[in-house]
Design a protein around this ligand. Structure first.
Ligand code: PPS
Length: 350
């Protein structure tokens, strides 16, 4: 790993006690972990396998990227954007496929580790790949190849920050960036990290909060992720959205998206799309398309039964009552130092 990545970053594998601690708490990262310099971005080691392909991805002006740190509302935004652009009258035959089969998660392969383990025929996430990439080898990047193969106009999801994408990205395609208040991100990411076996979090909640504020979670640092997008928010190809604003006034946000995407949808269409992409409707549809999460090898069935699946709550401020006063103070201090300092504030943050 001595050669720099196409982005200019150097990937340094975790070793010794630092690695042992992560593997103890996140056994899903068993293949290893890297930290990139500059930026201190943390990823499963397979990021290095796909980094340059992602950096050199061939975009088209009709593409839309939905970009966020994990658990900020990507899936909701993907469904809104895909539906506005492909299914405004809610009658598209491909809409029955799971969101990720229509709007792929570009760098997901780095998280999966052993693809053979999760590409079994009963795994609905891969239906799009089977349909659109016949004869292709998933080991060469299942989601990456799916991102290339989906029909125009493509809506692609990435949790990677701007600095790990090609600098030409924003001059080529429209990007929608979604940010969410840090405490709800922590609650949602903690659930996700226990739910999804690729992470397999074993520690206590307080340990997870510490990992978050120490920038020691996959895709961290959150503050830098948001800062990079915030600084570009006046670029005409970037639309910056807060999860809290989507929750509070989805129609108002859809109107802004309608203008940004130039989709020219009517108020009636926007209203139907808002209902169609509501938490309850998406949860119902994904269950119908994706089968039973408790039975899928991807998910920890105990967590699904006890605390819910991917569509957990979909609320703003759900963190309230879930942090001890000490943990709350720790996150407030971190937020003031790392985020308020560059000018961003969040609703439902205190
Ligand atoms: S991921 O895995 O990082 O891509 O997750 P992401 O989609 O970014 O965020 C998941 C959280 O968004 C909630 N969600 C929604 N909220 C409101 N409305 C709709 N339609 C919706 N769809 C997903 C999801 O439940 C996760 O938040 P929490 O707080 O855990 O419920």
């Amino acid at each position: 790993m001595s050669k720099p990545l196409a982005s200019g970053h150097k990937a340094v594998p975790f070793e010794g006690e630092e690695l042992a601690k992560q593997l103890r708490d996140f056994p899903g990262y068993r293949l290893g972990i890297v930290r990139l310099t500059p930026g201190d971005w943390m990823f499963p080691i397979d990021y290095v396998k796909f980094a340059d392909k992602i950096y050199n991805f061939k975009y088209r002006p009709s593409d839309v990227m939905v970009m966020t740190y994990p658990k900020c509302g990507t899936t909701w935004m993907q469904e809104l954007v895909w539906t506005m652009r492909n299914n405004p009258d809610l009658n598209h035959p491909m809409a029955v496929l799971p969101v990720m089969a229509r709007s792929p998660f570009q760098e997901m392969d780095m998280l999966v580790g052993d693809l053979a383990e999760v590409t079994s025929d009963n795994n609905p996430f891969y239906e799009g790949f089977r349909l659109l990439c016949p004869g292709k080898d998933p080991a060469d990047g299942l989601m990456l190849q799916l991102s290339e193969a989906i029909p125009d106009p493509r809506t692609i999801k990435s949790h990677l920050p701007f600095s790990l994408h090609n600098p030409a990205l924003l001059d080529t395609v429209k990007v929608i960036y979604v940010a969410r208040n840090p405490k709800d991100v922590i609650i949602s990411y903690h659930h996700h990290s226990r739910l999804i076996n690729m992470h397999g979090f074993q520690g206590e909640f307080k340990d997870f909060v510490k990992y978050f504020v120490d920038d020691d979670l996959v895709y961290s640092p959150y503050w830098l992720h948001v800062k990079e997008a915030w600084e570009k928010r006046h670029h005409p190809n970037l639309h910056f959205v807060f999860f809290e604003d989507l929750k509070a006034d989805v129609i108002g946000e859809l109107k802004k998206l309608n203008a940004f995407l130039d989709t020219k949808l009517t108020d009636a269409q926007l209203s139907d799309i808002a209902k169609y992409a509501s938490f309850t409707e998406m949860k119902k549809r994904e269950a119908a398309a994706g089968g039973n999460e408790a039975e899928m090898e991807f998910f920890n069935s105990e967590v699904v039964k006890k605390d819910g699946g991917f569509f957990r709550k979909g609320e703003s401020g759900d963190w309230k009552g879930k942090f001890t006063p000490e943990l709350e103070a720790m996150v407030d201090k971190w937020t003031a130092e790392k985020m308020t300092s560059f000018g961003i504030t969040f609703k439902y943050a205190v």
